[in-house]
Ligand binder design. Structure first.
Ligand code: BDR
Ligand code: CA
Length: 315
């Protein structure tokens, strides 16, 4: 196990993002400094609201910042209502929202927090990478301050929006390009491993036995998520993509990584948004990323269970 790690979680909740917040929120191994929100699974108004709702429901005193509502360059904001529903977090019923977002912009929060740091903060992104890329462009001085970027996105095999591309990358491929060319350490947690973190009904039942707010939230979220994942992809249990990033930070041995050169396709039509990972080192290019190639799913679900248990007995 690693010691407590400081993180910024940049996300677009989203069912699996919500579970990532849940896992990070009370982990004894993670210090969650703040949550910056981006448009992705739904529009920005909705993803911000969802982040606030999740924090309030779980009793997490973590600041939530509103970030970018559209990609850096492309006009069209792609959302994923087919998977995450009209609200972006359909399923659970939340009490009236009283938690407020911070006034500072999410990009400014990322900049200020990194500049004030001692180079010991990991930036975790589980949505389109717009906020982080904008922060890098606005204030390049933050780049050497980032300990590492751990992102859910991409795939060295098949995509989930097109055969080539994964959602978080294709929705703002230019942003991903900025981050992958930044020179910082990048850990890419792609569909190659998250598609093995399938939340089968028996997993939902297992977590549902934990009688606390986190257990209830997990069940309500996953019941909806599994329904749409079955309709769209035919899975019996939906892949719990985003929490794999947090699980990795809690216990790095949950993933096997392979160092490779990864380039984001921002030029072609058919493969736009693909993470071209040079698995066999054909290009001779210096590796710029550690790409997850295997996951210990038993360990992963144990981490999820521990994370839920961390919320105590009854709330
Ligand atoms: C990613 O896309 C989103 O819908 C999920 O929240 C996850 O971050 C998986 O491709
Ligand atoms: Ca996400």
């Amino acid at each position: 196990m690693n010691s407590k790690k400081k993180i910024i979680l940049d996300c677009d909740p989203g069912h699996d993002d919500a579970i990532a917040i849940l896992l990070a929120g009370k982990s004894p191994y993670i210090d969650l400094l703040g949550i910056s929100v981006v448009a992705g699974n739904q529009t920005l108004d909705k993803t911000v609201r969802n982040a606030l709702n999740v924090c309030q429901y779980l009793g997490l005193d973590v600041p939530v910042y509103r970030g970018c509502g559209q990609p850096m360059i492309r006009d069209k904001q792609v959302t994923a209502g087919d998977i995450h529903g009209e609200s972006g977090l359909d399923g659970p019923v939340f009490a009236p929202l009283t938690k407020k977002m911070e006034e500072k912009h999410g990009v400014q929060f990322i900049i200020d927090t990194l500049l004030a740091s001692e180079g010991d903060i990991t930036v975790v992104t589980t949505g389109p990478m717009t906020n982080l890329a904008m922060a890098m462009r606005l204030c390049p001085d933050i780049i050497p301050k980032i300990k590492e970027v751990v992102l859910m996105g991409g795939s060295y095999q098949l995509g989930n929006v097109t055969p080539a591309a994964e959602f978080n990358i294709i929705t703002d491929a230019d942003a991903a390009h900025v981050v992958f060319t930044s020179g910082r350490k990048i850990v890419m947690v792609g569909l190659d491993v998250t598609r093995n973190a399938l939340c089968y009904p028996e997993i939902v039942a297992r977590m549902g036995k934990i009688e606390n707010a986190a257990g209830r939230l997990f069940v309500d979220l996953m019941t909806f998520f599994n329904k749409t994942q079955k309709e769209v992809f035919g899975w019996e249990g939906g892949p719990l993509h985003d929490p794999v990033t947090i699980a990795y930070l809690i216990d790095t041995s949950v993933l096997t990584l392979k160092e490779m050169y990864t380039e984001i396709d921002i030029r072609s039509v058919q493969s736009y948004g693909r993470t071209n990972c040079d698995f066999f080192h054909y290009s001779g290019q210096e590796p710029n990323s550690f790409v997850a190639v295997d996951i210990d799913t038993e360990k992963f679900w144990n981490i999820v269970e521990d994370g839920i248990r961390g919320y105590g007995k009854v709330q």
